[in-house]
Design a protein around this ligand. Structure first.
Ligand SMILES: Cc1cc2nc3c(=O)[nH]c(=O)nc-3n(C[C@H](O)[C@H](O)[C@H](O)COP(=O)(O)OP(=O)(O)OC[C@H]3O[C@@H](n4cnc5c(N)ncnc54)[C@H](O)[C@@H]3O)c2cc1C
Length: 226
């Protein structure tokens, strides 16, 4: 094969890829991470029963019943009564979110959709316009702060960059699959913006520990980290 033949061959492949790329059907999930409530094995009443059994607190009316007792336990960080219940959620989020979520090891059970046995859906993360995403002046790694993007052109460029790389990566993934490669290897070209789903089960204590690190509720009377 001459150099010209090779050049022509490569051009043909590139043209085919371009056509395929334009035909590709890709869903762009506009920052709509999904959380569905699956099941609750017990509600707060189990926590209250367990706590009464433990006799940790004095038996004044307000402290020993319902909300009063829950508040007392939260305030004084009595954690173990919150472990006697289970909640299950179905969550769909990008891999970059799962990387952070899976760091919560204690009291969480996960089952994730398989990328080894099935083809992953072409669903990718595009940040919504309102998401804080621009570094503020004096930005520091230890205290990162961001504001929404006010510049239309910059936001458009970000979305175009993401969409172009998502398309190219998904086409490469499909190409790897079509050649008969192991799906667990074929997926290695996919970016962290692709969505995945998990069933997540945890108890109230582990959920509070999670929320205390991942959200901030300025109006809360007792921040939830028992
Ligand atoms: C804003 C932010 C930035 C972060 N940045 C980074 C980063 O740059 N790099 C990075 O690697 N991670 C980072 N993390 C992840 C972080 O270090 C934790 O791994 C993650 O938040 C899970 O918290 P956790 O260990 O408390 O949760 P869990 O694993 O669920 O543990 C719950 C609690 O159990 C106890 N515990 C668990 N394991 C042990 C143990 N082995 N020994 C003693 N006590 C234990 C601790 O009290 C812990 O708080 C970041 C997290 C946040 C919120």
């Amino acid at each position: 094969m001459t150099k010209d033949d090779l050049r022509n061959e490569l051009k043909k492949i590139e043209d085919e890829r371009k056509t395929k790329r334009n035909e590709a059907f890709i869903n762009y999930a506009l920052a709509n991470n999904k959380v569905e409530y699956g099941d609750v094995v017990s509600d707060g009443s189990t926590t209250i029963k367990v706590e009464k059994f433990g006799f940790y607190v004095s038996s004044s009316e307000e402290e020993t019943e319902g909300r009063g007792l829950i508040r007392y336990l939260m305030k004084h960080r009595h954690g173990t009564p919150f472990e006697h219940n289970l909640m299950t959620f179905f969550v769909r989020a990008p891999i970059c979110v799962w990387r952070e979520w899976h760091r919560h090891r204690v009291g969480f059970s996960y089952n994730e959709e398989s990328g080894r046995y099935k083809q992953l859906e072409p669903e990718f993360y595009i940040p919504s316009r309102s998401r804080p995403m621009m570094k503020v002046e004096g930005w520091k790694p230890g205290k990162p702060k961001f504001t929404p993007c006010e510049d239309d052109e910059k936001y458009r460029r970000l979305c175009t960059n993401l969409i172009d790389s998502y398309k190219a990566a998904y086409l490469a993934y499909e190409d790897n699959l079509s050649m008969g490669f192991d799906p667990g290897l074929a997926r290695d070209c996919l970016p962290v913006g692709i969505y995945s789903s998990c069933w997540v089960t945890c108890n109230a204590r582990s959920l509070m520990a999670f929320l205390s690190l991942r959200t901030h509720e300025p109006d809360s009377a007792y921040p939830s980290y028992p």
